[in-house]
Design a protein around this ligand. Structure first.
Ligand code: ADP
Ligand code: MG
Length: 678
């Protein structure tokens, strides 16, 4: 990686390599490499009072030192001060250290003192030789995040030099700082790297000291600036102005058996306004499973089509893409719209036809990743719709965009994420939330059942089918092995077929060929199968209103959002629906919490919020997906107010003081910013 805009760190080649390992490339990086914790070496504790359970510093004179070989090789040093005696023990040591600890030496040792059988004892203390009366350090000792072979003292030295010589100039205008009640940057950084004696370490370690708040704010601000700038840059590009030239959208609405919800109407209006702008829309449509995103997307497509452009609709799995294709065709083909279908499973002749249509007169093109392959040419792509966008990588979404000349983009996601997280990770998008489910949905009853009561569940399945309903039976997730997963699915299938001989049982799993999956799904949708045994391939998007029961085996192995998505497969019609979570004990603490959360909540946003608390944001969104580096210091839950503040501040800084914004970005992202531009 090349480092630009900042001086490389002045250090030996070998040292620089180690620094690079922990992301330290330039002098500016050193300034914001902050301590994990501190050790207080500004004070001496008398040996007699040293056993506090906290690390302390003692100053002692060595009485006697020797190497012992039992029970294992070790250096044992007897030492003491006026108040008492202490043993220092080292299990690995260099000859130079042994020499430094010879009788008569005066040393300062830092570590935790334990009262052992032979009196007070320190194991592997950090120590150095001193002269009698030597001055104590004037600041706490910072302990930095490091890597193997990189001594804390080396980092300390480099960072102290960077603090003395580096650029600590302010990037927040004073008025703003006052308004936000944040201390100055230089002061904050000096304080955090070298807290003065007497600073209560507690407030530093929990990181709610004003100096920490300032640093965390700056970090969040850098993230917001970077995403916002990318957003504005994309806005600079021109895009086709999609103004409807006929009443296609209105005719689609007329043909539906339902009216839109208020939330759908609002989303539709926002999207319609975006599409009519001369710059590309960058909108994320978020809505819980079943909120009705597809029709909103279809209406957006109508606007593009009726303006004389093409719309593309990409979904992450074959099954889901096909469902969309069938549904969108059913809606739009009768209105005279030409719909094309592209998927990996097409045979070559059909594929040639669909490709030709895409390059010519197809108006809506639905498909999987097949849409972004080389050799797929769109005649006039004006709108790119991506369903379940978090299932795609940044590069894939970009590839779809590249199929047109700055088309508008509509991304959809059924993984609701909490507001602060959305603000942080999606600061480069406009976000619309469908916060209302279509009316007439019956709530889904969730039951937790221990696996020794599986027979009851079988009985329940039979009863549902007797009433004319259908059921999903999801097999245990086996993350370690796809082969094992497949085997389990086949066993579950065989076992259910045996236990429910009078029912028609089907099976879909990830290893089946696309057309086999299709056939099974289609049969289930058509009501020719009563119970569909499935791996998690049915997780996203499928829509069978007659299915009223979802059974999930080994529910304790699934993540919260997966459970929520799976549960959302039922309750889509007007029938009483349930979700049965079969679990096998004993449950670990996290698994227990997950099951409790899914049992107690139906609102996807609330589940997401609790999931965030359980897992932390890194795993939640995944840095790879968003391209946004994880925040090092700020915590999105604890520092939610900072995210709010930084968002507004980023806007005003980019507008009123772009040079400060640049400087701020260089300081915080420096060499890392290239990563964000992907
Ligand atoms: P999701 O947001 O999970 O993608 P879908 O778009 O698949 O949800 O919609 C779920 C079901 O609800 C579909 O059968 C759809 O036709 C239906 N639907 C969508 N909007 C409404 C509405 N306003 N009233 C009634 N049913 C609706
Ligand atoms: Mg959907």
């Amino acid at each position: 990686m090349t480092v630009t805009g900042a001086a490389p760190i002045r250090a030996s080649e070998a040292l620089r390599k180690k620094l690079a390992k922990i992301g330290l490339h330039c002098e500016a990086d050193l300034l914001v490499h902050l301590p994990l914790r501190y050790e207080d070496e500004t004070r001496i504790t008398p040996v007699a009072r040293a056993a506090t359970g906290q690390p302390v510093q003692v100053e002692v004179v060595v009485r006697h030192s020797e190497t012992q070989f039992r029970p294992r090789r070790q250096l044992v040093v007897h030492a003491g001060d006026e108040s008492g005696e202490i043993t220092l023990r080292f299990f690995s040591f260099y000859p130079s250290q042994q020499a430094a600890l010879a009788a008569g030496a005066r040393i300062r040792a830092f570590g935790e003192v334990r009262g052992g059988f032979f009196g007070a004892e320190m194991v592997h203390p950090r120590f150095h030789k001193v002269l009698e009366g030597e001055a104590l350090p004037e600041a706490m000792t910072p302990v930095y995040p490091s890597t193997a072979g990189l001594a804390n003292s080396a980092l300390q030295k480099l960072i102290a030099r960077a603090l003395a010589e580096g650029d600590l100039s302010e990037t927040l205008p004073e008025a703003l700082r006052d308004e936000l009640r944040l201390p100055g940057l230089a002061r904050s950084l000096r304080f955090l790297h070298m807290p003065p004696p007497g600073t209560p370490l507690e407030t530093l370690h929990v990181r709610n000291h004003p100096a920490w708040r300032r640093v965390k704010f700056d970090e969040v601000l850098a993230q917001q600036l970077s995403l916002r700038r990318a957003y504005l840059a994309r806005r600079e590009q021109g895009a086709p102005v999609l103004v409807a030239r006929d009443n296609l959208g209105a005719r689609l609405l007329d043909s539906l058996p339902f009216g839109l919800t208020g939330a759908q109407l609002r989303a539709m209006a926002e999207i319609a306004a975006d599409l009519a702008q001369p710059y590309p829309m960058q909108r994320l449509l978020q809505g819980d499973v079943g909120a009705g995103k597809t029709i909103v997307a279809a209406l957006a497509a109508c606007q593009a089509i009726s303006a004389g452009w093409q719309a593309a609709f990409m979904a992450p799995t074959e099954i889901l893409a096909e469902q969309h294709y069938l549904k969108l065709s059913a809606w739009l083909a009768p209105l005279g719209v030409k719909v094309a279908w592209l998927s990996g499973s097409l045979r070559s002749r059909a594929k040639r036809e669909q490709l030709a249509a895409t390059a010519a007169d197809a108006q809506l093109i639905v498909g999987t990743h097949a849409l972004i392959q080389d050799g797929v040419d769109f005649a006039r792509l004006g709108l790119a719709i991506v369903d379940e966008q978090h299932r795609f990588g940044v590069a894939q979404r970009l590839a779809l965009r590249k199929k047109g000349n700055n088309p508008h983009q509509l991304m959809m996601s059924a993984t609701p994420i909490p507001r602060t997280l959305a603000m942080s990770y999606y600061a480069d998008l406009d976000v619309t939330v469908l916060d209302e489910l279509p009316p007439g949905r019956t709530p889904i009853r969730t039951r937790l059942v221990a696996d020794n009561r599986r027979d009851d569940v079988i009985g329940f399945v039979r009863k549902q089918v007797d009433e004319g309903r259908q059921a999903y039976w999801v097999c245990p997730l086996i993350e370690e092995s796809e082969a094992l997963q497949l085997q389990t699915a086949e066993e579950t299938y065989a076992r259910l077929a045996e236990e429910l001989p009078e029912l028609r049982i089907g099976l879909v799993h990830g290893r089946m060929k696309a057309d086999e999956k299709q056939t099974a799904m289609a049969a289930f949708a058509a009501g020719e199968i009563d119970v569909l045994v499935a791996t998690t391939v049915i997780e996203v998007g499928v829509d069978v209103p007659n299915a009223s029961l979802m059974v999930i085996e080994h529910a304790e192995r699934f993540g919260l959002s997966q459970l929520h998505q799976l549960r959302g497969r039922v309750g889509r019609g007007s029938y009483d629906s349930s979700c049965v979570l079969i679990y096998a004990g004993p449950l670990g603490e996290t698994a227990r919490q997950r099951l409790k959360i899914i049992y107690e909540n139906t609102d996807g946003f609330e589940i997401a919020r609790q999931d965030l608390r359980l897992r932390g944001p890194g795993e939640f969104v995944g840095s790879r997906q968003s391209g946004v580096p994880l925040l090092r210091y700020a915590d999105l839950e604890m520092d939610a107010d900072l995210v709010e503040m930084a968002r507004g501040c980023a806007e005003s800084l980019l507008r009123d003081a772009p040079e400060l914004a640049e400087k701020h970005l260089a300081r915080w992202l420096g060499s890392r910013e290239e990563l964000l531009k992907s």
